[in-house]
Write a protein that binds this ligand. Structure first.
Ligand code: MF3
Ligand code: CO
Length: 255
């Protein structure tokens, strides 16, 4: 399918969706602490999104049962929140969330430490976040999707990590998932040429151990095959004729 070029009006709606999503993440970040359940975090996210007049994109998406994907430690993505899953001191937790504002989506993810975490976990979170920014810098008109993929991959590989291959970033707009796919590893294909007005979610999923993942019996939760820690960091971005722009951000809120 052809990759859409968004109009200025669509981009404005995506900026507003992204602003509310950034505020949602801020609420979630404040709530992360040892003793809270992932079910409670999901409710905090859902209530905040609705309080802003938005709809949680993930709820009921292909039957997904919650508003925030919450993935702990060796869970990579799509963990299902539960009131029985209590965060412990030393855990790392990835919070992936999406909002719809007037029909337009924004999608972003953050990984946080719970209480005090190991230096290894700290480093994984930091490298995963920076790998997004390496991909982001490569996301310029005239470059190709592969330039993003390679920038992310080279950054994490030289630091000894691996990049999940079974899940990829994606176009985003009136739908949560649009073309093109945005892999976080070299595929041997250049992919589409980037043009101003394209909006994509760049989302490295980075493991301390091997890249292999598997699905739990709940059919959603993706875990590392070797049980190693995994981190996720994602923003919705806009290709422009200059620097790319992060759409999932809000003034005064840390990325
Ligand atoms: N946030 C995921 C992504 O980045 C999508 C989650 S879909 C859900 O593409 F159904 F699990 F919510
Ligand atoms: Co995404």
């Amino acid at each position: 399918m052809a990759v859409e070029i968004k109009s200025e009006r669509e981009i404005e709606l995506m900026r507003e969706a992204g602003r509310i999503l950034a505020l949602t993440h801020e609420e979630l970040k404040k709530a992360v602490r040892p003793g809270i359940s992932t079910g409670e975090l999901d409710k905090i996210g859902e209530e905040f999104i609705r309080s802003q007049g938005c709809i949680p994109s993930f709820l009921n998406y292909n039957g997904y049962p919650a508003s925030v994907c919450i993935s702990v430690n060796d869970e990579v993505v799509h963990g299902i929140p539960s009131f029985k899953r209590i965060l412990q001191d030393g855990d790392i937790v990835s919070l992936d969330c999406g909002v719809i504002y007037k029909g337009y989506h924004s999608d972003s993810a953050r990984t946080y430490g719970v209480g005090s975490i190991s230096p290894e976990a700290e480093k994984l979170i930091e490298v995963t976040k920076q790998s997004f920014f390496e991909g982001f810098k490569a996301a310029r008109a005239g470059a190709h999707i592969s330039d993003i993929s390679i920038a992310v991959y080279d950054y994490i590989k030289t630091r000894g990590y691996s990049s999940v291959r079974d899940l990829v970033g994606h176009g985003v707009g009136a739908h949560l998932h649009e073309d093109p796919e945005v892999p976080n590893f070299p595929t041997g294909r250049k992919g589409v040429k980037l043009r101003p007005g394209m909006t994509i979610a760049v989302e490295p999923m980075i493991n301390i151990g091997g890249f292999e993942v598997e699905w739990l019996d709940d059919e959603w939760t993706v875990v590392t095959r070797d049980g190693s820690l995994s981190a996720h960091y994602e923003n919705t971005i806009l290709i422009t004729d200059g620097e790319p722009e992060i759409l999932s951000r809000a003034e005064g809120i840390e990325l």
